[in-house]
Ligand binder design. Structure first.
Ligand SMILES: NC(=O)c1ccc[n+]([C@@H]2O[C@H](COP(=O)([O-])OP(=O)(O)OC[C@H]3O[C@@H](n4cnc5c(N)ncnc54)[C@H](O)[C@@H]3O)[C@@H](O)[C@H]2O)c1
Length: 326
């Protein structure tokens, strides 16, 4: 049986997809340098290779040795403020390393590719542009978003030049954990609101900060489209199946199409955990759009995707359960 190469499969989202692939009876090879990933979060059934996606020779060897038919590319750095302080780290690890990975795919004839892109490619969409569609102009405002958009451009151009098709998935705010408790968000430095709230509820942090309470939203705090990681993992399987059927390349938003304010998320975490933790109101952070919501019509229509976990309390419950067990 041919296999699927999952880069970054020891990370938060990659490990969920790796479990999903194994559940579907796929042969999975994970390539991860464990810079932020966790060995224990990967499925035992997967073959693990400790290495870097920017290592061209290694990747060429892996693609051939494991008869890889498709690549799912999660590996990368994801901390937006860090990307502002150290942009070249992001252009190296997210853009240049992906260039090496793509070269290896072209050299070995691997022509199916699923890529983790991000809503950060849209930058600060205006109120009139919400919810954002895939046609909303891309205008990243930080090196993280730019490093991912540059990868989208490479994919488009490689598709034009070679026998190569891809699905680029623009994730909105990914949250929650595997309902079976096999993996979750273990990334150090994670700044994701639901994770940080869960840690605060469980006493692992002293207090929670809200950055900005004077936005023009229903309660003054930012609104985001939170998608349960298991629903997102399913999208990857659908993307792979579309590529296997020979379907064309595409870019798709991944979100539910509605959102919650920071205060609503905090209330949900307090409600589900039954812990009333301290919340501090802090000034706005530069570069935070007031509202970011996906128009996911294309994803639903083209892949027949139907979320199974579109429920804030369930997202929070799985996130809390994961924090409690780690
Ligand atoms: N978490 C989110 O909300 C979110 C939102 C939008 C997009 N994304 C994208 O999804 C992907 C996965 O994010 P995540 O939240 O799972 O992050 P993560 O940090 O948990 O996972 C990234 C994984 O990649 C590995 N890695 C990093 N650089 C590598 C390299 N050069 N070679 C091999 N392995 C490497 C890390 O060890 C880690 O296991 C990223 O590409 C990210 O940009 C995430």
């Amino acid at each position: 049986m041919s296999s699927i190469l999952v880069t970054g499969g020891a990370g938060y989202i990659g490990s969920h997809v790796a479990h999903e692939l194994v559940d579907d009876g796929r042969q999975v090879v994970i390539l991860d340098n464990l810079s932020t990933g966790v060995r224990e979060n990967m499925p035992d059934e997967a073959t693990f290779v400790h290495g870097d996606v920017g290592d061209y020779e290694l990747v060429v060897r892996l693609l051939a040795e494991h008869d890889v038919a498709a690549v799912m590319h999660f590996a990368g750095n994801i901390v937006v403020p860090e990307s502002v302080e150290n942009p070249l780290k992001y252009y190296r690890n997210n853009t240049a390393a992906t260039r090496e990975l793509l070269s290896a795919c072209v050299a070995t004839g691997v022509g199916q590719f699923v890529f983790s892109s991000t809503a950060a490619v849209y930058g600060m969409p205006s109120a009139e542009e919400l919810p954002v569609t895939e046609e909303t102009p891309t205008a990243p405002i930080n090196p993280y978003g730019a490093s991912k958009l540059m990868t989208e451009w490479m994919l488009r151009d490689v598709d034009h030049a070679h026998d190569f098709r891809y699905v680029a998935l623009r994730y909105f705010n990914v949250a929650g954990a595997d309902p079976k408790g096999r993996t979750g968000q273990s990334t150090p430095q994670a700044t994701h609101l639901i994770k940080v709230c869960s840690q605060t509820a469980l006493g692992m942090r002293d207090e929670l900060s809200i950055f900005g309470t004077d936005y023009e939203t229903r309660d003054g705090t930012c609104i985001r489209d939170y998608i349960h990681v298991t629903d997102l993992a399913r999208v990857h399987i659908l993307a792979l199946e579309a590529l296997e059927r020979g379907e064309e390349s595409r870019v798709l938003n991944c979100g539910y199409g509605h959102g919650y304010t920071v205060r609503e998320v905090i209330d949900a975490v307090k409600r589900v955990s039954e812990v009333d933790f301290d919340v501090v109101e802090a000034p706005r952070r530069a570069g935070d759009p007031p509202e970011l919501i996906a128009d996911s019509t294309k994803l639903r229509e083209q892949f027949g995707w139907q979320p199974a976990h579109d429920d804030l309390d369930e997202i929070v419950r799985t996130a809390l359960e994961w924090e409690e067990q780690t």
